[in-house]
Design a protein around this ligand. Structure first.
Ligand SMILES: CSCCC(=O)C(=O)COP(=O)(O)O
Ligand SMILES: [Zn+2]
Length: 218
């Protein structure tokens, strides 16, 4: 069965909301980023941003619906995001995922490069970890980091190997983050929590270094 017009319009409207919210935060520099909302599981169909668009703007040609092979469901001149395969991997790996968001920010890029050697970024004891749906005392999270392969099937396969149900995100080295959730509200909350944790940690390293330099030179 294919998605109804009502389902598509609802997904497009939700994508508009998420897109404008993230655009206001400058989370789509240079047309980067892509967003999707799942419409149905069996067979998989999801609405995804069209490739190369200015994501700070709204137009009638912003989204299209694709299938489990990342192919458009309808005849269209629009091209799905170049990274649609990654969204498909998320939905196939986690059938309960209902939305998947990808942004490039300075903070997520810095953390992805700083910790690429360990292939993971870990952080503990931060309140915002609860924003990821993890409520245990003094929780520690580990976000996997993959190489930024130019070949998207290779990148998608690398992501498929490292994503886990415990932590709803993956960093791509010097590229950005993919995060997901049961619906668009949850995926947005996860993205905001990740970005807070990345920025906090990067700023903490800077401040700590500044304090160490001051105390050793005085
Ligand atoms: C100029 S950004 C390079 C491609 C990318 O990483 C991205 O997120 C946007 O690609 P899309 O095809 O979804 O516009
Ligand atoms: Zn990207």
């Amino acid at each position: 069965m294919t998605a109804t017009l009502e389902q598509r319009l609802d997904a497009f409207r939700r994508l508009d909301d998420a897109k404008l919210t993230f655009a206001r935060r400058d989370w789509f520099p240079g047309t980067s980023g892509n967003l999707s909302i799942k419409i149905q599981n069996d067979p998989l169909q999801f609405a995804v941003t069209a490739s190369g668009k200015d994501k700070t703007k709204l137009s009638p040609e912003d989204y299209l619906v694709v299938d489990q092979d990342s192919r458009p469901v309808d005849e269209t001149a629009l091209k799905p995001s170049a990274e649609t395969l990654i969204h498909a991997v998320v939905y196939k790996t986690f059938p309960k995922a209902g939305a998947c968001f990808h942004v490039h920010t300075v903070w997520n890029n810095l953390i992805s490069e700083l910790y690429f050697g360990q292939r993971a970024f870990s952080i503990q004891g931060q309140e915002l970890i609860k924003g990821l749906g993890i409520w245990e005392e003094n929780a520690r999270i580990t976000v996997p980091i993959v190489e930024n392969f130019a070949d998207i099937p290779t990148l998608a396969a690398a992501i498929e190997k490292v994503i886990t149900p415990e932590v709803p995100g993956v960093l791509i080295r010097n590229h950005g983050i993919y995060t997901w959730g049961g619906n668009d509200f949850e995926a947005k909350r996860h993205l905001e929590a990740f970005e807070f944790l990345f920025e906090y940690h990067a700023r903490w390293l800077q401040l700590r270094q500044a304090v160490v330099s001051t105390t050793t030179t005085n």
